[in-house]
Design a protein around this ligand. Structure first.
Ligand code: UN1
Length: 509
C-alpha cells in the first residue's frame, strides 16, 4: 500500500481508504451490487451480496450471540462501545472522507457524520451505568416492587444513504450497551461506508477480546434482505430509516408479529420567520437548513413561512445566497453544496419544480450544474416563492428545494405549518417570547423536534431524535430512547410471612 500516492479517481481513493480501515477487497470486488460515487458517477465497487437464506442464518447466529452478550454486565458492554469510540476517533479522517465519496457530502459534513458516531458512543458508554429502573411503593406490607430492564434480542437496523453510518451508530451503540446483538442492512447506495464502519467496529471487538462471535453483522443485499429482518421471529425490534412508503410496508409487517418498530421516515420540515426575528441569524440558519447536504437530510428545511412585514428584507437576501452558493465537487473542499445521490433524485426534483410552477410558484435556481461528468447530478438549490401552501409543498422531495410563503396571521401560519403528513422537525425565528413559547407548546408545532432561533437540521445526539405522524413516531439516539432496545419486567417481591392479595381480594383455601 502506498498511502502517499495520489489516487487517480474517487474509486482508487475509496479503495485506499478501505484498505487502511481493514476492509477485505474481496468484499467489494467481483460481486453483483455495483456501488457508485455521486461525486463523479464513477463505479467504486462490485459488492458480494447475501441471499435471503444467508440473512436468516445471520439472524440465527446473532440470536446465539445475544444469549451470551446479555449475561455480560452492562458497564462491561459499555467498554466495547468505549473502544468503538476510540477506534472511530482514529478513523475519523478516513471514514469521513469515504462518506464524502459515497454520499457526496462536503468535508465538514462527512467528518461531522463521524463525529455524530463518536458522540453517541460517548453517550452510550455513560448510559451503560445508567440503565435505571424504578422502585415503586407497593400497597402490600412486607413487599417490594421494582422494575428491571433486560436486553431485548437481535436488533435489526435498516439505514438510508443520506446518513450512511451515523444512523447505524445511533442504533448499534445503544443496542450493544443494552445487551443486544445487531444485524444491519445498509442502503444499497452506500455499501462501502457500511463495510468501513463495520471494520472499525471489528477492530474494537478484537481489542475487547471476548465478545461473542457474530455480535454485530452487516448484510449487503437488496430489499429481500431487509424483508428477512422485518419478518424473522428472532428479531424483536427493527429500527428502519427511509421513506414513508417504506414505513407503510415495514410498520404493519412488524405489527403483525408484535415486533417493535422504530420508524424514522420522511420529513417536510417547516420554519417560521416572525416580525421580530434576527434576520442575519435566520438567514444563516435557513441557508444551512435548506441547502446543506444538498437538501438530502430528513431534517432539511423545506417550507419557509415569512411574515409579510419582513418578507422584502429577508427573501431578496436569501435569493442572493441561493444564486451565489458554491455548487461542486465536495472532495476539493471549496463547495458548500455537493451532488444529488443519483439521477432518480434529480428527476424527482425537476418534477416537483414543474409542479410548483403549475401552482403559480416562481422558481429561482434548480437547474443542473455541469461538474464534468454526465453521470453525476449537481444542481443549483432552488428557492420557490409560492402563492399558497399547496401542491408539491405538501410532499417531501429529497432535494434542495425551499418553498417560501408569505404569512400575516400567527394562528393561521401555525395551522399551515402543521398541515402536512410528516412531523419531524420545525423552527421558529422570533425574539417575541410569546411566539416562541407558543411554538413549543401543546398547540404549537406538532413535530418531534421544535426549535427556536436555530434551524431544523443538525440535531445533537443528546436529545431523542424522531418525529410524529407520517414520520413514524420512532425515537433514536439520546434522552431515554434506549428503553426501546430493552424489555421491562415489573418485579414484586414478598419478603413477609403472609400472602396479602392486592385490591383487598381474599381467596382462602
Ligand atoms: C437523517 O437525515 O436521517 O439532525 C438524520 C440532523 C442529523 C441527523 C439527520 N443529526 O440533521
Amino acid at each position: 500500500m502506498n498511502i502517499s500516492a495520489t489516487p487517480k479517481s474517487v474509486a482508487a481513493e475509496a479503495a485506499q481508504i478501505l484498505e487502511r480501515l481493514g476492509v477485505e477487497p474481496s468484499l467489494y470486488t467481483g460481486g453483483t451490487l455495483a456501488a457508485f460515487s455521486p461525486v463523479t458517477g464513477e463505479q467504486t465497487g462490485d459488492l458480494k451480496v447475501v441471499t435471503s437464506e444467508d440473512a436468516a442464518k445471520a439472524i440465527d447466529a446473532a440470536d446465539k450471540a445475544f444469549r451470551e452478550w446479555r449475561l455480560v454486565p452492562a458497564p462491561k458492554r459499555g467498554e466495547l462501545v468505549r473502544l468503538l469510540g476510540e477506534e472511530l476517533r482514529a478513523a475519523k479522517a478516513d471514514l469521513g472522507r469515504l462518506v464524502s465519496i459515497e454520499a457526496g457530502k462536503i468535508p465538514s459534513e462527512g467528518l461531522g457524520e463521524v463525529q455524530e458516531m463518536i458522540d453517541i458512543c460517548d453517550f452510550a458508554v455513560g448510559l451503560s451505568r445508567q440503565l435505571y429502573g424504578l422502585t415503586i411503593a407497593t400497597e402490600r406490607p412486607g413487599h417490594r416492587m421494582m422494575e428491571t430492564w433486560h436486553p431485548l434480542g437481535v436488533i435489526g437496523v435498516i439505514s438510508a444513504f443520506n446518513f450512511p453510518v451515523a444512523v447505524w451508530a445511533w442504533n448499534a451503540a445503544l443496542a450493544l450497551v443494552c445487551g443486544n446483538s445487531v444485524v444491519w442492512k445498509p442502503s444499497e447506495k452506500t455499501p462501502l461506508t457500511a463495510l468501513a464502519a463495520h471494520a472499525v467496529l471489528d477492530r474494537a471487538i478484537k481489542r475487547f477480546g471476548d465478545a461473542p462471535a457474530n455480535l454485530s453483522q452487516v448484510l449487503i443485499g437488496d430489499r429481500a434482505v431487509g424483508e428477512v429482518l422485518v419478518d424473522h421471529t428472532k428479531v424483536p425490534l427493527v429500527s428502519a430509516t427511509g421513506s414513508t412508503r417504506m414505513g407503510r410496508d415495514v410498520g404493519p409487517r412488524l405489527a403483525r408479529r408484535f415486533a417493535r418498530a422504530i420508524l424514522e421516515l420522511g420529513g417536510n420540515n417547516g420554519g417560521i420567520v416572525c416580525p421580530s426575528a434576527d434576520l442575519d441569524m435566520a438567514l444563516r440558519a435557513i441557508a444551512f437548513g435548506a441547502m446543506g447536504t444538498a437538501g438530502q437530510r430528513c431534517t432539511t428545511l423545506r417550507r419557509l413561512f415569512v411574515h409579510e412585514s419582513v418578507y422584502d428584507q429577508l427573501v431578496p437576501r436569501l435569493k442572493k445566497a441561493y444564486a451565489s452558493v458554491s455548487v461542486g465537487n465536495p472532495l476539493d473542499g471549496s463547495a458548500l453544496v455537493g451532488p444529488l445521490i443519483d439521477k432518480l433524485a434529480f428527476d424527482g426534483m425537476q418534477k416537483a419544480l414543474a409542479e410548483a410552477k403549475k401552482h403559480g410558484g416562481s422558481v429561482h435556481g434548480g437547474e443542473r450544474v455541469d461538474c464534468g461528468t454526465a453521470e453525476s447530478f449537481y444542481v443549483k438549490p432552488a428557492l420557490v416563492e409560492m402563492p399558497k401552501h399547496e401542491g408539491p409543498v405538501l410532499e417531501e422531495t429529497f432535494a434542495p428545494i425551499l418553498y417560501v410563503m408569505k404569512y400575516s396571521d400567527f394562528d393561521a401560519v401555525l395551522q399551515d405549518h402543521n398541515a402536512v403528513g410528516a412531523g419531524l422537525s420545525s423552527s421558529i425565528f422570533t425574539l417575541d417570547m410569546r411566539e416562541a413559547e407558543r411554538f413549543v407548546s401543546a398547540d404549537g408545532s406538532d413535530c418531534g423536534i421544535a426549535n427556536v432561533n436555530i434551524g431544523t437540521s443538525g440535531a445533537e445526539i443528546g436529545g431523542a431524535f424522531g418525529g410524529e405522524k407520517e414520520t413514524g413516531g420512532g425515537r433514536e439516539s439520546g434522552s431515554d430512547a434506549w428503553r426501546a432496545y430493552m424489555r421491562r419486567a415489573t418485579n414484586t417481591i414478598n419478603y413477609s410471612k403472609s400472602l396479602p392479595l392486592a385490591q383487598g381480594v381474599s381467596f382462602d383455601i
